[in-house]
Design a protein around this ligand. Structure first.
Ligand code: UD1
Length: 321
């Protein structure tokens, strides 16, 4: 198959590229390198530098001919999306429309979207399945929901097949050490813990220890990026072979608290990792855990790398370099 990965040089995209290449697909990577890693673009793929807001350049690359596109080119900082929504409207929504319209124009039938558990908002129940109401609490989550809705319209009106993959908390690195790009100025827990372990930042701020969880700190469903990557390959196969759409959660179905992540990181790194309890971060729910039974049933997908040990050890292996 010929697969174009938009945002394929980013943290998740590089792992997705690896899986498609490993099974012998022909992979193109379209990325503006704003946060992507040139060093992780595998020689087996073809790299096209470009921005999803540059419709002419995008059209040129889409016109080459692809069986499917995987769209991973988005901003993802929920907090920032509340103070600078314009950035998210333009890149996430306008950029996605450019891709969708480009696919229609160039007769590309299959579209996989990197979506997010952020579409659900504050959980009404746990585990969260795909029938859970969608009430995003931040503008970032709204942009993902808006793109899902556009895909639904374009599917009905123009026959586009799509898969929307609602990731929970992406974490970890390729266990063979092939991907080593690290995020600049991270805000997510695990990269922040890693920087504190290295002394790159003074300490980890634990955002609240008075939640109704087993140790009072926030609980999340961390899903290994290699498991996410496998979900993309399976989703492409599903929509291509069945000529059907798909919306599924990708999560490990178990929760880890901030303290559990911190303690495992101390153990794996052998470093002290200073931490202090601070106020809650606005908008943070106590716990988020996925039900992924739909992905398991429809795709035959099953997480293999999402234990806390593998997530933290593969991440530390990259950071300690
Ligand atoms: C966040 C976004 C989510 C987005 C995801 C992708 C929110 C509410 N959610 O998920 O929409 O898809 O990132 O990047 O913003 N924590 C600390 N100290 C820190 C950082 C985090 O204690 O320095 C805690 C948080 O309170 C939370 C857990 O660690 O309990 C995970 O936080 P984080 O990694 O930021 O992910 P989410 O907030 O779950």
């Amino acid at each position: 198959m010929r697969v174009l990965l938009l945002g394929g040089a980013g943290y998740i995209g590089t792992h997705v590229a690896l899986d498609f290449i490993e099974r012998g697909d022909s992979v193109g990577i379209y990325d503006n390198l704003s946060s992507g890693f040139m060093k992780n673009i595998l020689p087996e793929s073809t790299f096209y530098q470009g921005d999803i807001l540059d419709a002419a350049r995008l059209g040129e690359v889409l016109s080459i001919g692809w069986d499917a596109v995987v769209h991973l080119a988005a901003f993802k900082a929920a907090g920032e999306s509340m103070t600078n929504p314009e950035k998210y409207s333009i890149n996430n929504i306008t950029g996605s429309l450019n891709i969708i319209i480009g696919c229609i124009k160039h007769n590309i039938k299959n579209f996989v979207l990197s979506s997010s558990a952020a579409v659900y908002g504050e959980p009404a129940y746990i585990p969260i399945d795909e029938k859970h109401p969608t009430n995003p609490e931040n503008y970032y989550g709204y942009t993902k929901l808006a793109i899902e809705r556009h895909l639904e319209w374009y599917s009905n009106l123009k026959g586009l097949n799509y898969a929307s993959l609602r990731y929970f908390n992406a974490a970890g690195y390729d266990s063979n050490g092939r991907m080593t790009g690290i995020e600049r100025d991270p805000a997510n827990l695990i990269p922040v813990v890693m920087e504190a372990a290295l002394g790159k930042r003074k300490l980890l701020k634990i955002f609240g220890n008075d939640y109704d969880t087993r140790d009072g700190t926030g609980v999340r469903d961390y899903i290994h990026v290699s498991d996410l990557a496998d979900g993309h390959v399976k989703a492409v196969d599903y929509i291509v072979s069945k000529n059907k759409n798909l919306t599924v959660n990708l999560g490990s179905e178990h929760g880890l608290s901030v303290l559990e992540i911190l303690n495992e990181s101390r153990k794996v790194s052998g470093r002290e990792i200073p931490a202090e309890i601070t106020a809650r971060r606005p908008g943070d729910p106590a716990g988020l855990i996925a039900s992924s039974s739909k992905a398991k049933k429809l795709l035959g997908w099953k997480p293999k790398y999402s234990s806390i040990e593998t997530i933290i050890s593969t991440t530390w292996a990259v950071y300690k370099q």
